[in-house]
Design a protein around this ligand. Structure first.
Ligand SMILES: Cc1cc2nc3c(=O)[nH]c(=O)nc-3n(C[C@H](O)[C@H](O)[C@H](O)COP(=O)(O)OP(=O)(O)OC[C@H]3O[C@@H](n4cnc5c(N)ncnc54)[C@H](O)[C@@H]3O)c2cc1C
Length: 487
């Protein structure tokens, strides 16, 4: 019997797991996939929003600023990589400034300070490649993270502090037996006093296993394009466009590892699992992005992907104990869910404390050593100096496995031995960046597969290379079409 079962290993489930590991409770996290961060947490903009945007009075408004404020401390403990680079909302016309002032008012109500409107001269000083914008709303508090590294960091630290994680464990049914719950997966039946539903896009299905239906999830897909590492330097801040009657505009941002990223759009989907991308949508995204940053070097595009927001039919985050006592929904966590995650997790602890006494875990260790060390462009060796290390013997830990990101065998071995068994090259990619470069794994993926197989004594055939249904294919074929369209 567990005290608490968390369903879902995205950023919400992992934040809750880590927060619970500060207490002496027997906690289990169930994830249907073979790894953490395989839902929305894997495929999003990675922005730690300032918290000014979400409407005051909503749960989103409440959690987003509070979450933002917790990131410095979290990163100092967990070392997932967070850069507070600030954000800009560009104003292109007079009416946009009215909207920006409304956003400032809303932000202040949410508790956000240091919001200011800057004119074109000041804008050009801090963001020299910007297009025809007349000014912008500047927020110093916004930042960027690598979302899957953040999620993995939370998960690893929760494991260090005693939470049990089970993968390939899809929850198929839940029954209430008096005061406890019986949770069924393909492998087993698990008993728990409390259930916390963090199942993202499936959180409505999980809720309906125990409660009468009171919300449903509307999947809203967003597509992105990623440009080669180094090109992130084209912009210094997270750059939004002022929302107007045509929509929220397109984002241009550096990623934490210095790629450039543009997107996302918003498409309501029938199929929750459809994360495919479409050439016309990508084309449209580039055109809109070039309004903010003209003349993007589209030869540098290396990848496209899509992520799906779990928008709730109640149009806000749902974070509450349901009518079924001991069953907590943390559902409909669309954007800014990454930003809000630490504040949501603290709130969930308060809910749990009302149901169940929580006693401090005096052995709680808040620290976790970084997996990936962020490199500056100057840290990368020229190819001529790399050849020797690429050709090192198979057992040499110093052997370079990924040329593009210059990842060595020892880094991959380290990632494989941090408490979560990684059975996909994608899992190694998320933890080391092997496969994130220009060739998108063409060179290193077979080698990574061999290393995983050897380290765990498993067959290469059992290791998945690309995630099923992810739709996040390398863009090589489509890029040709995209480029011809762009001409
Ligand atoms: C396009 C896009 C852009 C975004 N941009 C930002 C941003 O810039 N900043 C920001 O703060 N937020 C952003 N978000 C929102 C953010 O990504 C989400 O709010 C957050 O990742 C949600 O986390 P989650 O844990 O609730 O869901 P998920 O990450 O989807 O995790 C849910 C997990 O539950 C598992 N699961 C599902 N069903 C079951 C089952 N039956 N049994 C067991 N496990 C199950 C899934 O496999 C998955 O791992 C964006 C989202 C999208 C899609």
């Amino acid at each position: 019997m567990y005290d608490i079962v968390i369903i879902g290993g995205g950023v919400i489930g992992c934040s809750v797991a880590r927060e619970l590991s500060k207490f002496n409770v027997k906690t289990l996290l169930l994830e249907k996939d073979s790894d953490l961060s395989s839902g929305a947490t894997k495929a999003n903009s990675g922005i730690i929003h300032g918290g000014y945007d979400a409407k005051h009075g909503t749960k989103k408004g409440y959690f987003s600023h509070r979450g933002n404020q917790l990131f410095d401390k979290l990163n100092s403990e967990l070392n997932f990589g967070y850069a507070k680079i600030g954000s800009l909302i560009l104003a292109f016309k007079e009416e946009d400034f009215k909207t920006l002032n409304l956003i400032i008012e809303n932000g202040k109500k949410n508790g956000v300070e240091n919001l200011k409107i800057i004119d074109r001269d000041e804008l050009l000083k801090i963001e020299p490649n910007v297009g025809d914008a007349e000014g912008a709303l500047y927020c110093q508090e916004a930042g960027i993270v690598s979302p899957y590294e953040y999620c993995i960091a939370l998960g690893e630290n929760a494991i260090t502090n005693g939470v049990v994680f089970k993968f390939n464990s899809e929850v198929l049914d839940i029954k209430k037996n008096g005061t406890t719950y019986s949770i069924e997966t393909h492998q087993e039946k698990i008993e728990s006093k409390i259930v916390i539903n963090c199942a993202g896009i499936n959180s409505d299905i999980i809720s309906n296993m125990v409660n009468e239906e009171y919300f449903h999830i509307i999947p809203r897909k967003g597509e992105y394009l990623v440009y080669a590492r180094g090109y992130g330097e084209k912009v210094k801040h997270v750059i939004f466009q002022c929302p107007d009657e045509k929509g929220k505009g397109t984002l241009v941002t550096p990623t934490y590892h210095n790629n450039l990223m543009v997107g996302p759009d918003a498409q309501i989907m029938e199929d929750k699992d459809d994360r495919s991308t479409n050439i016309d949508n990508l084309f449209d995204i580039i055109r809109k992005a070039e309004k903010s940053i003209p003349n993007l070097d589209n030869k540098k595009i290396i990848r496209n992907f899509a992520g799906t927001r779990a928008t709730s039919s109640l149009h806000d985050f749902i974070v509450e104990e349901t009518k079924s006592k001991g069953f907590i929904n943390v559902a409909g966590i669309e954007s800014p869910g990454i930003t809000s995650s630490p504040a949501i997790a603290q709130y969930v602890i308060d809910i749990v404390k009302n149901i169940f006494p929580l006693e401090d875990n005096i052995n709680f260790n808040p620290y976790r050593v970084a997996n990936i060390k962020r490199k500056n462009e100057s840290d990368f060796l020229p190819m001529k100096d790399l050849v020797k290390d690429i050709n090192l013997g198979e057992n040499d830990p110093h052997r370079v496995i990924c040329r593009c990101e210059q990842v060595r065998q020892e880094e991959i071995l380290e990632a494989l031995n941090r408490g979560i068994k990684i059975t996909s090259t994608d899992g190694v990619k998320k933890r080391t960046r092997a496969g994130m470069g220009i060739c998108q794994g063409a060179f290193c993926e077979p080698k990574v597969k061999k290393i995983i197989a050897k380290e765990y004594h498993i067959s290469e055939e059992s290791i998945t290379t690309r995630e099923v249904n992810s739709g996040s294919n390398p863009i090589r074929v489509e890029i040709k079409k995209l480029r011809s369209l762009l001409k």
